[in-house]
Design a protein around this ligand. Sequence first.
Ligand code: PLP
Length: 220
Amino acid sequence: MNDIERNLYNIQASIPKEVTLVAVSKTKPISDLMEAYEAGQRVFGENKVQEMVEKWESMPKDIHWHMIGHVQTNKVKYMAPFVSLIHAVDSYKLLKEIDKQAKKYHRVIDCLLQVKIAEEESKFGLDKQDIISLLNSEEVKTLTNINIKGLMGMATFTNNQQQIKAEFEKITILFNAIKSKYSNLKTLSIGMSGDYKTAIDCGSTMVRIGSSIFGARNYG
Ligand SMILES: *Cc1c(COP(=O)(O)O)cnc(C)c1O
């Protein structure tokens, strides 16, 4: 068994089976992704549209591609034919563009709203009020080619597990509150290599794991 295969098995064994594992393959070569594919992995996450398109073109077509990074509206058109979930939607403008591009391909594209949970001033994400406004908005209801499936969040980049836990609990409380009103919301995408066990304890339904599967990234 190779390293990637072994890592995948160990992680799969440590998470409940109703939690979806997104294998975050950004910066990694196709050969690494294919090792994960051969081991049975079908959900891959990338954070750059161009890189995801190139990998989609050269890999088997039964893969579910998740865009987990910040998306610029002018890039949506390149992934609209195939992307299965866009995690980090943080504006009405972006939702509108996803809807427009999805229509061209007669698709409905699933989206998650990115919540700003980290205490540090992060650049991206919506606060509680923004999320509620978007979900209630009449304009959003007219977008028939997008489907808002839940929330995504990233904890502060820190080793302080207490702080991470507090941030995940905060997003879970928000998720549960809105889920009771919007039954369509089923996905809570929280947890990465360093904090996925905490995230699952807090109610995560989808973890995004990169380095614990593929090894450290080299941005050289
Ligand atoms: C890179 C990345 C991950 C995976 O990070 P690891 O620590 O390598 O597991 C998860 N989510 C997002 C949004 C990322 O950009």
